[in-house]
Design a protein around this ligand. Structure first.
Ligand SMILES: *Cc1c(COP(=O)(O)O)cnc(C)c1O
Length: 484
């Protein structure tokens, strides 16, 4: 070993740096409120900063590096972080991330991750039970909802297309039906599967922004007339931009009637299976052939940690199966289902299960329920406040923790209003006091807040509305009027 290699693996140096890192992170948790949520810099400035940093700092004390990264990053634990749907991780789960990083078990075969594989099975079973699946279900963890969706839809194709598309390619005009509000990962998966633009059948949404189950029949028969073979319907639980939950009972009935695969994209909102108060939103989910759930969104786990569970466990082997039946039998013999690489896209995979398990072990699923109830209740409260304000307009009545609204203090034509909304948001995030995002619903731009951490209070949300009104007045040069 060279001296440099010895130094790189030095246990005492690691202990020392590790303590410093934990101290820095604990300080960050305590003080985050006093910092900007987002210390905005342009990408060019940021790259220049790090180029210089690399060349100027050759020391081996990383604590300054840790603090510098923290100071220059968006803070998801900040009460005024109300942006994209990424969890503010529970510290216990972040510590497990360190565990995973150092042990670095590869996970593709059982031997390369015995504990983490077994833990993964325990978590998949726990989720399956919460969904309401029977004992023959099976599941695993994978790197993100996007990848999990593709994995599920490949299994759907192998199950329902009446051909071996894995081996022979697509021999028919296969298609998948989904709400027009679905996450883009669905159409991406369909296109990766080679089904093309015509392989995705968008079903319009109703007033509640749910997939319009009345329109399903019509769209389905239209597709048949166009010579397509529909294999699956994707239900959103919930839709990313609006938080609207599709009616899974109605979609389940439809899939049953035509023998279609029901996939539930619950990346964000299937988490409610752990909440007594909100699980009614996914009524019927136990009928889904497959369900995706991101633990790194509402369930306080560091990214990435996604579960994909199948009602019929054997279907999970169809994804990458040239000869599904043969593989499955082999699996029964060899218990190869413990070699997770057969079911997952990844060959080498992060030990993501330990992150989730540490939360469950320390707090149980009650913590998940507490988080969901806190955030969903807060969103309901926030929307009531918005409704009360004349100058603010709520886009829809939220079912989840995602609230979309806009500021309309005076009569403005739609285009001007859209531009103004974008300009207000840009100003707010560059100032760094709040982090919010935006979305387009039926051609109109809205501010979009996903209430992702339990530190956000009603008062923070009231301050956001005041901030929006202030920025508007500054932009319009109308400081003298009170628009709030
Ligand atoms: C976030 C999200 C996805 C994508 O999941 P990733 O983990 O970001 O890949 C898919 N669908 C919905 C509804 C989501 O909210």
């Amino acid at each position: 070993m060279t001296d440099l290699l010895k130094q790189a693996y030095d246990a005492e140096l690691f202990r020392n740096n590790g303590h410093k890192l934990v101290d820095a992170l604990a300080d960050h948790l305590k003080e985050v409120e006093n910092k900007k949520v987002l210390p905005w810099q342009s990408p060019e400035e940021e790259i220049e900063f790090w180029e210089n940093y690399l060349h100027k700092n050759e020391h081996r004390d990383f604590s300054e590096f840790y603090r510098t990264v923290m100071d220059r990053s968006i803070s998801l634990h900040h009460p005024k972080y109300m942006g994209h749907q990424v969890a503010a991780p529970a510290p216990v789960a972040a510590l497990s991330g360190l565990l995973s990083s150092l042990l670095n078990n590869g996970m593709a075969v059982y031997e390369m991750g015995a504990a983490a594989t077994a833990i993964e099975k325990v978590i998949a079973n726990l989720l399956a039970r919460a969904i309401g699946y029977e004992n023959n279900s099976d599941g695993f963890l994978t790197s993100g909802g996007t990848l999990a969706t593709l994995t599920a839809l490949l299994a759907a194709r192998q199950s329902k297309a009446n051909m071996d598309a894995w081996k022979e390619g697509n021999k028919a005009n296969l298609a998948i039906m989904v709400s027009a509000e679905a996450h883009y990962c669905i159409s991406r998966a369909v296109k990766i599967m080679g089904l093309g633009e015509q392989g995705i059948i968008e079903v319009p949404v109703n007033k509640k922004l749910q997939l319009d189950s009345q329109a399903l029949e019509h769209k389905y028969h239209q597709a048949l007339r166009d010579g397509k073979q529909v294999i699956a319907v994707v239900g959103c639980a919930c839709a990313t931009s609006t938080g609207a939950y599709d009616d899974l009972e109605a979609i389940g009935d439809f899939c049953h009637k035509y023998n279609l695969w029901l996939h539930v994209d619950g990346a964000h909102g299937a988490a409610v299976v752990f909440s007594n108060k909100y699980k009614h939103l996914v009524r019927g989910i136990q009928r889904a052939d497959s369900v995706v759930l991101d633990f790194h969104k509402l369930l306080m786990t560091p990214a990435l940690a996604t579960a994909l569970v199948f009602r019929e466990g054997q279907n999970s082997f169809k994804t990458f199966a040239q000869r599904a039946q043969y593989l499955w039998e082999e699996d029964l013999e060899e218990k190869a289902s413990y070699n997770l690489g057969k079911q997952t896209f990844e060959c080498t995979k992060n030990m993501m299960s330990v992150k989730i398990f540490s939360i469950l072990q320390a707090y149980g699923t009650t913590l998940f329920a507490d988080n969901i109830d806190t955030l969903y209740d807060l969103a309901a409260h926030f929307s009531a406040i918005i409704k009360d304000k004349k100058s603010f307009e709520l886009a829809y009545q939220p079912e989840a923790n995602i609230v979309c609204f806009r500021y309309v203090p005076e009569t403005l034509d739609p285009e001007t209003l859209n531009k103004l909304t974008a300009k207000i948001r840009k100003t707010i995030i560059e100032e760094g006091e709040f982090y919010i995002v935006q979305t387009t619903i039926k051609g109109n731009s809205y501010f979009r807040t996903a209430l992702m951490n339990p530190f956000t209070t009603v008062n923070d949300l009231k301050q956001l509305l005041i901030k929006i009104a202030d920025v508007y007045q500054k932009i319009q040069g109308k400081d003298h009027l009170n628009f709030y």
